[in-house]
Design a binder for this molecule. Structure first.
Ligand SMILES: *[C@@H]1O[C@H](CO)[C@@H](O)[C@H](O)[C@H]1NC(C)=O
Ligand SMILES: *[C@@H]1O[C@H](CO)[C@@H](O)[C@H](O)[C@H]1NC(C)=O
Ligand SMILES: *[C@@H]1O[C@H](CO)[C@@H](O)[C@H](O)[C@H]1NC(C)=O
Ligand SMILES: *[C@@H]1O[C@H](CO)[C@@H](O)[C@H](O)[C@H]1NC(C)=O
Ligand SMILES: *[C@@H]1O[C@H](CO)[C@@H](O)[C@H](O)[C@H]1NC(C)=O
Length: 487
């Protein structure tokens, strides 16, 4: 099979330059077939968390425990209720689909909820869930909107977390393949873009090392408030299982479905812009190291999905804590993608921290031996670069969205420049359509285009083919927090 590698999004390091030149461009400047859409995920938009047979995911559990500041996704933006009744009440307006079609979007990125589709994690299907996702997909297709689907967005069923520790156990690979098989069989006739995993590189760090995201695993002194976990070894183990699950799902698709469904598989990664704090040799080397860990570990540089093995620096510094691929696994992981999804929100500066390698007791970050500095106050970082979206702080009122207009204008323009330079970029997904329950910011952040009217207006003008500029001059705000960048 011809390997069709393309980037859904691209890391743009020269955003700052792009922002300040207010050249006009329009949608016609993009190649035909290039798609624009919003991105969402199941738990963040579906609501109906305990209805119609859905079982809790690890995300529900921690939100009920109050770990997410009391917020939950029980109702969220209630996308579930918008679609589940469609068969019974044909005239019911599909509010969000209409909104999307009117805005001129041509693709919709969403994720399927594993605990809704297969509530026990394996075994019986939930027919209501099949109905719901069928409606959601069909409704979009009938409005000319492509469905791009992620299988996993941090939300596996709590039951398998209880049973064998979820991603800590290799058993999950088998269950994940069975779940993927159901999705491909039921929806693959209409869905052409399948992303296996969303941001596994964030999951390993935030969920299993620092313990800031579900299922909150960590050990001190690396992470503080976890009741279980081991920051030293588990992030690597979890990541290994994630990669094996990803590669197995892609293999399944290639063997069983791709020939007739003619779609594409990819994996989605969180890519940071990485810069040295100073130009000292130490910081420059630290940045290269950190790039291998945070980015190269998964994309672009020597990395598993391209080369079938982990980068050398990661292998060297993590030692035996990093599981090794067998020859068979390496073959399966190598080339296990048709496209790479790149989520890009922030840039980070790195400061050398080689001293951390002197300690025998190390976590993923100590192995990286570089300190991450999110410097929002620095002019370079006043625009945390959110590829899929930009968060406007709550205090940004509905009418003061000019910074986001400039941001989107600059970003979309940089994507255009990259395409003109020969990059094979096929789509741009903005996070998000409606405000969702955000991973880090709960409901207090505001990524939604429709949360803030001006950027929706700008995007809509652009999508309808109008030439657009960013000539809404504003004083750059300081209310952006890259750590709240969510996905
Ligand atoms: C850990 O939990 C304690 C008590 O609940 C809280 O005061 C503290 O802020 C938490 N620390 C972190 C890093 O979350
Ligand atoms: C974590 O795992 C490492 C390596 O397997 C082990 O040496 C260490 O004792 C474990 N730490 C905790 C807190 O369980
Ligand atoms: C490092 O050097 C480059 C090229 O000379 C320069 O553009 C950049 O601003 C310098 N960075 C720092 C942090 O000093
Ligand atoms: C960040 O801003 C401070 C204060 O203006 C400046 O001294 C420092 O060099 C800046 N750092 C970078 C990397 O630009
Ligand atoms: C396009 O290519 C030029 C020349 O190689 C380079 O300077 C520029 O940064 C590139 N722009 C993008 C957006 O990649």
């Amino acid at each position: 099979m011809m390997l069709r590698v393309y980037y859904l999004l691209i890391v743009l390091l020269n955003l700052a330059a792009a922002i300040f030149c207010a050249d006009k461009y329009s949608r016609e400047d993009f190649p035909s077939g290039f798609v624009f859409g919003p991105g969402t995920s199941a738990y963040q938009v579906e609501g109906a968390a305990s209805e119609d047979g859905r079982s809790p995911s690890i995300w529900d559990t921690v939100s009920y425990e109050g770990k997410m500041d009391g917020a939950t996704g029980d109702a969220s933006v209630d996308e579930y209720h918008n679609h589940i009744f469609v068969v019974m009440i044909m005239y019911l307006q599909q509010e969000d689909v209409k909104l999307m079609a009117e805005t001129g979007l041509d693709a919709y990125r969403f994720s399927i909820s594993w605990p809704r589709l297969i509530p026990n994690g394996r075994g019986l299907l939930n027919p209501k869930a099949v109905l719901y996702y069928n409606n959601l997909i069909n409704e979009r297709i009938s409005h000319g909107i492509e469905a791009h689907v992620a299988l996993y967005h941090y939300d596996h069923p709590q039951l398998i977390e209880y049973e064998y520790g979820g991603w800590l156990s290799r058993k999950i690979v088998k269950n994940f393949i069975a779940y993927a098989d159901v999705c491909l069989r039921k929806f693959g006739d209409r869905v052409l873009h399948w992303t296996t995993l969303n941001e596994p590189n964030v999951f390993l760090l935030y969920s299993y090392d620092v313990g800031m995201l579900p299922p909150y695993r960590c050990s001190s002194p690396f992470g503080l408030n976890c009741s279980q976990g081991n920051s030293t070894s588990k992030p690597y183990l979890v990541f290994h299982h994630l990669l094996l699950a990803h590669a197995s799902a892609v293999r399944l698709y290639r063997k069983k479905y791709q020939g007739k469904q003619l779609g594409f598989n990819g994996i989605n990664l969180f890519v940071y812009g990485t810069f040295p704090l100073t130009n000292s040799t130490e910081d420059v080397l630290a940045t290269q190291r950190a790039t291998e860990f945070l980015v190269g570990f998964t994309v672009i540089h020597p990395n598993p999905v391209v080369f079938g093995d982990y980068p050398e620096t990661v292998k060297k510094n993590a030692g035996l804590r990093l599981p090794a691929f067998t020859i068979q696994e390496s073959k399966q992981v190598k080339g296990s993608f048709d496209y790479l999804g790149v989520n890009h929100y922030v840039s980070i500066q790195f400061k050398d921290n080689s001293a951390s390698l002197n300690s025998e007791h190390r976590d993923y970050r100590a192995d990286m031996a570089a300190e991450m500095i999110f410097d929002v106050d620095n002019s370079t970082f006043e625009y945390p670069i959110h590829a899929l979206g930009m968060q406007a702080a709550q205090e940004t009122s509905s009418f003061e969205d000019t910074s986001r207009v400039k941001y989107m204008h600059g970003y979309v323009e940089s994507v255009l420049d990259a395409i003109r330079n020969g990059s094979n970029v096929r789509g741009y997904f903005t996070w998000s359509l409606l405000d969702a329950f955000e991973l880090m910011g709960r409901y207090e952040t505001c990524f939604g285009l429709y949360c803030v009217a001006l950027s929706a207006h700008w995007y809509s003008q652009f999508l309808r083919g109008k030439p657009v500029g960013s000539d809404v001059f504003i004083q750059l705000g300081k209310h952006f927090s890259p750590l709240s960048a969510s996905s």
